[in-house]
Ligand binder design. Sequence first.
Ligand code: GAR
Length: 212
Amino acid sequence: MLRNEPLRVLVCVSGGGTNLQAIIDKVADGTIKNTKLVKVISNNPGVYALERAEKAGIEAECISPKSFATRVEFNEALLTAVDNAKPDLIVLAGFLVVIPEAMIQAYRNRIINIHPSLIPAFCGTGYYGLKVHEAALARGVKVVGATVHFVDEGTDTGPIILQKPVMVEPGDTPEVLQRRVMEQAEWNILPEAISLIAEGRLTVEDGKAVIR
Ligand code: GAR
């Protein structure tokens, strides 16, 4: 059943923002239903993701750990900025920051993350970005993919929402494989997960995500 009000979505980024762009485009063309992008936060200054947000007319802010004396102060500033945007959903779209525990508690089952592997393969501490694809090629797996999951206190351990497989091809480099996983999986399943939530079709029951 559709929610009455549009889902207020805040997107957190660290880099190029191709996943953010997929979300922006699919909100604009109606593939993601009933959703308003209220804010983009980056922990890195000068990244292209911030420019993508500004071009789309979305409020964008950089909150860098380097601007704060301690991690505690950074975490507080991040949570304050998030709270002020009054989001219904926080989307981690390539956000390479450990989410403060206070934020996980305040937004339980309202934070989702895209990870570039089929969890539980190639996930957890140290597996992010290109490193995931390097590890998959080093192991010689034939199928890779991406996962959207809710964020809990662990690293990549929350309830799995959607997964999509992608084939490894002969001669793949980490960069080529990363691009294929983005094109064939990430840019589709992350927007799809947001739309499911905006349509009120996703719940968490007994620690598992259930789609209706
Ligand atoms: C994406 O491949 C995303 O899955 C990955 O970072 C990249 C960001 O790209 N996230 C992680 O590795 C999280 N553990 P983008 O800035 O172009 O969307």
